[in-house]
Design a protein around this ligand. Structure first.
Ligand code: HEC
Ligand code: HEC
Ligand code: HEC
Ligand code: HEC
Ligand code: HEC
Length: 153
């Protein structure tokens, strides 16, 4: 029952309210910024990471600096605080997952995260449950034993 409820809410939950109204549709869509401008996949490659405020400020030092949203951004930057973005996709820490492994196998961001470039706000529109991971592993003939993704007992 609980699992069913969680499944339902994961699928239909509205986007979390973010501390700054950042839009992928504007930045990655209209302005055409590449994903890797902001999500760099640093070594060892597990995470994509979030951009430092300095990346935003290369433009927003001047662009729209009178906007209240940009003033919020500038305040985080000035106090050397990361923006406390609310997480959209997050899996439990007991699961092994590496972005780099998947990117090197040719899987596109959109396969797991949907058409990000068309979204003002992101929500968990793709469900990355154990079932979904295993379904793709089966299709692509990737390893699919329990200890591929979990610590052996
Ligand atoms: C100008 C910087 C910038 C660019 C370019 C950018 N992003 Fe982002 N991305 C962010 C910021 C900031 C957040 C946190 C706010 C949010 O979730 O919208 C984020 C969040 C995300 C998340 C949600 C992460 C989570 O679990 O919380 C995904 C997925 C994502 N971006 C994918 C992409 C993809 C795919 C592209 C390229 C099509 C892209 N991003 C381009 C800045 C950027
Ligand atoms: C390559 C330059 C560039 C980068 C890098 C960039 N932006 Fe922007 N941003 C823009 C432009 C251009 C606009 C649209 C300005 C307009 O509407 O005239 C904009 C608009 C915005 C707005 C809407 C402001 C408003 O009140 O209308 C927000 C919020 C914003 N950006 C946040 C961010 C954040 C957060 C980052 C870093 C994750 C970022 N931007 C990185 C160029 C950039
Ligand atoms: C095979 C599926 C898959 C692909 C492909 C994928 N992601 Fe992810 N992404 C995930 C999962 C799962 C998480 C949650 C990871 C966690 O909680 O440790 C995540 C988390 C993120 C995050 C949050 C920060 C982080 O690193 O955990 C960002 C940003 C992100 N992805 C961006 C991208 C971008 C950009 C691409 C393409 C270059 C991409 N992802 C490709 C599955 C994927
Ligand atoms: C769209 C297809 C797809 C999805 C969805 C996907 N994977 Fe994968 N995964 C692959 C492929 C293909 C490989 C094999 C890459 C290789 O062998 O080079 C792989 C490899 C892996 C590996 C490394 C296995 C090894 O060879 O040691 C782990 C761990 C993993 N995936 C975990 C996950 C988890 C956890 C999820 C869900 C959150 C997930 N994957 C979702 C396609 C996918
Ligand atoms: C391809 C990756 C992958 C494989 C293979 C895999 N799991 Fe998982 N497993 C996950 C992910 C991702 C989660 C987290 C699901 C979530 O939070 O929605 C998870 C969660 C779990 C949980 C926690 C309970 C739950 O449902 O949240 C258990 C127990 C578990 N897996 C057991 C197994 C067993 C036993 C096997 C072998 C038959 C297995 N897993 C194979 C990815 C995998």
């Amino acid at each position: 029952m609980l699992a069913l409820l969680l499944f339902f809410f994961a699928d239909h939950a509205p986007p979390p309210v973010q501390p700054i109204a950042y839009s992928h549709k504007l930045h990655a869509g209209t302005l055409g910024l590449a994903c890797k401008t902001c999500h760099t996949n640093p070594d060892p490659g597990e995470l994509m990471g979030f951009p430092a405020t300095g990346v935003c400020m290369t433009c927003h030092q001047t662009v729209k600096k009178d906007s209240p949203q940009i003033q919020k951004l500038a305040a985080f930057h000035e106090h050397k605080q990361p923006v406390p973005w609310k997480r959209v996709y997050q899996i439990p820490s007991f699961v092994y997952f590496s972005h780099r492994t998947h990117l090197e196998s040719g899987t596109a961001c959109e396969t797991c995260h949907g058409p990000v470039k068309e979204r003002d706000a992101l929500w968990r529109e793709k469900i990355l449950s154990m079932g979904n991971c295993m379904e793709c592993h089966q299709k692509t003939h990737a390893l699919n034993d329990c200890d591929t993704c979990h610590e052996p007992r």
